[in-house]
Ligand binder design. Sequence first.
Ligand code: M1P
Length: 262
Amino acid sequence: MESNLRSGKLAPSEILLLFDVDGTLTIPRGSISSAMETFLYEKLKPHATLALVGGSDLDKVLEQLNGKRALKEFTFIFPENGLVQIEKGEEVGRQSIQQHLGEETLQRFINFVLRYLSDIKLPVKRGTFVEFRTGMLNISPIGRQCSRQERNEFEAYDKVHGIRQRMIDALRKEFHDVDLVYSIGGQISFDVFPHGWDKTYCLKHVTQERFQFKEIHFFGDKTDPGGNDHEIFEDPRTIGHKVRSPDDTRRILEEMFDLKDA
Ligand code: M1P
């Protein structure tokens, strides 16, 4: 196999390709295209070990990746930044935010968020403002039940008015005593989780001695500071690739593995 890898020729079990989901394998909150599936599972998989790391929970990741097929095709799936670990289709580990923070702090935080949101006016508001996940809270000022059009409109509105950033600043001030990180990864919300529980969390799993990865390549679109791919993109254990879209991801991989005419 010819390839443009740092270490030259490597066996598939020595190369881990770790993908972000939204904007990297799919359009934001959209489904994977059948062309991308064919490329990943038929052309790319013979050359490397495939893994996913997403901010969303497993149900949402599987919804975007066409359900159960992804469980079979990806050796590792790390929903919620890797706080949940799935290996060869089976859950092998999980960490939770309530265990880590304790109920007292958690409720102080949720109550502050609800009070803050009750004081802001937006063009539209819908439901589900706080989504409680295993390893993080996802806060959405518009509410996660908005339609696709409302989601696009909120994103544009937020670019002008900085709703999410202002809310994050207020939370940082109020909870300066709690070791939390705030990350804007998508269009309508931001994620909140303990320090170190960003996407680098999943590296704890894949760098165990029982695996023999010589190169871990990470592909993501939100790699700039403040984006939810930033820490793992910069991490010395990975070789980071910044992508602009799913097509761009494919282009980079075709070059890396000489797959253009394959
Ligand atoms: O994967 C990126 C983000 O996708 C969603 O963001 P939003 O709904 O705001 O577009 C969320 O699942 C978020 O947690 C995640 O980081």
